[in-house]
Design a protein around this ligand. Structure first.
Ligand code: G6P
Length: 371
C-alpha cells in the first residue's frame, strides 16, 4: 500500500529517499570516545588482520560494484593488494588462497548462492572470511569469521539502492579500520575521513533535492534505445552501476565504460544523439579530471549528447555538457555515495514512465539462491 511506501509509488523510490538515514545509521557507533574506529562484529583479531597479505573481494550484481570501490579505498589507505572478483567466477578457476588471505564477501541479502559457495571454498582453503551484509543472521555472515553489518533496514525493491550506499560505507570503514590496525602512513587521516563520511548524509540529501531535475532528464529519454555511462577511478564502478540500474528497471540497453578505454573501442558506438552519461571526478591535483573532460569532448565531437554529473563549481565541464547535474564537493574516493543517487533516480523514473514494475522487474529476483 501507499502507506508502507511512505506515500511513494514504489518501494525503490522510498528506499532511494531513505539513503541519508541509512548511511547515517551505518556510520553510527563506529568511533570510540578516543576517536578510534571500532567494528563490533569483526571477530578477527588485530594480529590476524596484520598478517593479511592479500584481500579478495567477492560479490555479485550491485554488490560487486561496491567491491570495486572498496579495492580503490583499501589499496589507497592500507597498501594491501586487493582483487575483486565475481562470485560466480571465483571458485571455478582455482584461485590462490592462503591463511594470510582475507576474503571479503559483500552481499545485501546474505543468501546469494554464488557468493555463499565462494566463501565456502575460501574457508576450505583456511582463508579468513569477512562478510559485509545487510541481513542479520543470514547464511553468509553465519558462515564467516566476522561481519560488518550495514544498517540500511529491509530493502524490498529488487534493484539495490540503499543496500549499495551502505555497502560503500562498510567498505570505507573496513579500509580505514585496516589502516588503523596496520598503522600505515594514512593513519593520521582516519579521523579526517570519518569526519568527511559523517557529512555524507547531508550531501546525499542535497542530491535528492534535485530529484525533479533528474526526473525531467529521465522523461526526456523515454525513447532512447541505448545509453552509455562513462566514469574514471571511483566513478567507473558508478558508471557500471548506473548502466545496471537502467538495464534492470527500464530494460534499455546500457553499458558502462572506464572513460580511458573509450579510444580502445567503445567510441565506435558513438552516433548522433546517443545519450552518454558522464560521471566527472572532482577537480584535484591529479589529471583525472582533465582526462575525463577530454573524453567528454571526444564523444561530443562525434555527436553524443553529454549528460554530466560533476561537482559544484566545475566550470570546465559546463562548457561540454548538454545537461549538467551538480554534485556536492567531496573527495574522489567518497564520490560514489553522491554520484550513484542521480543514476538511481534516473532509472527509477525512466522505468516508471515506460510503465514497468519498478519493484519487481521482469526475470529478476531479490536474492538468487541458485548458482
Ligand atoms: C540479485 C539482485 C541484485 C543484487 C544481486 C546481489 O541479482 O537483483 O540487485 O545486487 O542479487 O545480491 P546480494 O544480496 O548478494 O547483494
Amino acid at each position: 500500500s501507499a502507506a508502507e511506501k511512505d506515500g511513494h509509488d514504489w518501494f525503490m523510490r522510498k528506499e532511494i529517499f531513505e539513503q541519508p538515514h541509512a548511511v547515517a545509521d551505518s556510520l553510527l557507533g563506529r568511533r570510540t570516545p578516543e576517536g578510534l574506529l571500532q567494528l563490533d562484529e569483526m571477530r578477527l583479531s588485530d594480529q590476524d588482520l596484520r598478517d593479511i597479505d592479500k584481500i579478495i573481494i567477492i560479490a555479485a550484481g550491485t554488490s560487486f560494484y561496491a567491491g570495486m570501490v572498496a579495492k580503490y579505498a583499501i589499496e589507497h589507505w592500507c597498501r594491501i593488494p586487493v582483487e575483486v572478483e565475481l562470485a560466480s567466477e571465483f571458485r571455478y578457476r582455482d584461485p590462490i588462497l592462503t591463511t594470510e588471505t582475507l576474503v571479503v564477501a559483500i552481499s545485501q541479502s546474505g543468501e546469494t548462492a554464488d557468493t555463499l559457495q565462494a566463501i565456502r571454498h575460501a574457508r576450505v582453503q583456511r582463508s579468513k572470511v569477512l562478510a559485509i551484509c545487510n541481513t542479520n543472521g543470514s547464511t553468509i555472515p553465519r558462515e564467516s569469521d566476522g561481519v560488518i553489518y550495514t544498517h540500511a533496514g529491509p530493502e524490498i525493491g529488487v534493484a539495490s539502492t540503499k543496500g549499495f550506499l551502505t555497502q560503500l560505507v562498510a567498505c570505507y570503514l573496513l579500509a580505514l579500520y585496516l589502516a588503523q590496525v596496520k598503522g600505515t602512513r594514512f593513519g593520521d587521516e582516519i579521523g579526517q575521513v570519518m569526519d568527511q563520511l559523517d557529512e555524507m548524509p547531508g550531501h546525499i540529501e542535497t542530491v535528492l533535492g534535485k530529484a525533479e531535475e533528474i526526473y525531467e532528464l529521465a522523461r526526456a529519454h523515454v525513447g532512447s534505445r541505448s545509453v552509455l555511462f562513462l566514469g574514471r577511478h571511483a566513478g567507473y564502478p558508478v558508471a557500471l552501476e548506473g548502466a545496471l540500474k537502467l538495464k534492470e528497471l527500464a530494460y534499455i540497453h546500457a553499458e558502462g565504460f572506464a572513460a580511458g578505454e573509450l579510444k580502445h573501442g567503445p567510441i565506435a558506438l558513438i552516433e548522433e544523439g546517443l545519450p552518454v552519461l558522464c560521471v566527472v571526478p572532482p577537480r584535484g591535483r591529479d589529471q583525472l579530471h582533465s582526462k575525463m573532460i577530454s573524453g567528454i569532448q571526444e564523444v561530443r565531437a562525434r555527436g553524443a549528447r553529454t549528460l554530466c554529473l560533476a561537482e559544484e563549481g566545475d566550470d570546465t565541464v559546463a562548457r561540454y555538457a548538454d545537461v549538467l547535474i551538480t554534485l556536492p564537493q567531496v573527495p574522489v574516493l567518497l564520490q560514489p555515495l553522491v554520484a550513484a543517487v542521480p543514476l538511481q533516480l534516473f532509472a527509477c523514473e525512466l522505468a516508471t514512465q515506460l510503465g514497468h514494475d519498478v519493484d519487481q522487474p521482469r526475470n529478476l529476483a531479490k536474492s538468487v539462491t541458485v548458482e
